[in-house]
Design a protein around this ligand. Structure first.
Ligand code: SME
Length: 171
């Protein structure tokens, strides 16, 4: 069965992320609780970006990535640093775009429907806080425009929350 989803490309995609930035700024206004803000951010991304089956956060707690606010099916709760797409992006502290998760060595399958994935590390003042993770049933769903757009949103969140409220390692 093929899935047909409208997918903005190029400049249209950049415009979508600009709109998401405005909406996220609005959600963060007057609120610095990281759980509240990442919960609303996950809901915003899942509602606005087409072709997703999971959008959410893992936080660095007790030396592992522990699942945080998300939208989608229940997911793996704990991921070791260096394992899976999430753990590798967290350790490397750079965004990983995976066009085909089945071709990615060590991918952790939480939902069999996922075919592509992007993971953006959340770094605050040089400290790793966690990762933002999006999954899609579409192969090759994410590209460099998604990476740039999501990195900008991750930066808004990094600066817009008081991370010591979330039990994150090092805070
Ligand atoms: N696929 C991820 C695990 C998290 S779920 O996608 C929500 C990984 O390989 O790290």
């Amino acid at each position: 069965m093929s899935i047909t989803v409208e997918r903005p490309e190029g400049a249209a995609k950049t415009a979508v992320y600009a709109g998401l930035g405005s909406q996220l700024r609005g959600l963060l206004e007057g609120e610095r609780d990281p759980l509240a803000n990442t919960a609303n951010a996950a809901a915003l991304l899942f509602a606005v970006l087409p072709g997703l089956n999971w959008a959410g956060f893992y936080f660095l707690r007790g030396g592992q990535l522990v699942v945080g606010p998300f939208q989608g099916r229940p997911a793996c709760v704990r991921i070791d640093l260096g394992r899976g797409v999430c753990g590798k992006a967290a350790t490397a502290r750079h965004t990983l775009v995976v066009a085909d998760v089945h071709a990615f060595d060590d991918h952790i399958a939480c939902d069999a429907a996922s075919n592509s994935e992007i993971v953006v590390p959340l770094v605050v003042g040089g400290h790793l806080v966690g990762v933002l993770d999006l999954d899609s049933p579409l192969r090759g769903r994410f590209d460099e425009a998604d990476a740039a757009g999501l990195e900008a949103l991750a930066q808004l969140l990094a600066e817009g929350c008081d991370w010591h409220l979330a039990g994150i390692d090092g805070f």
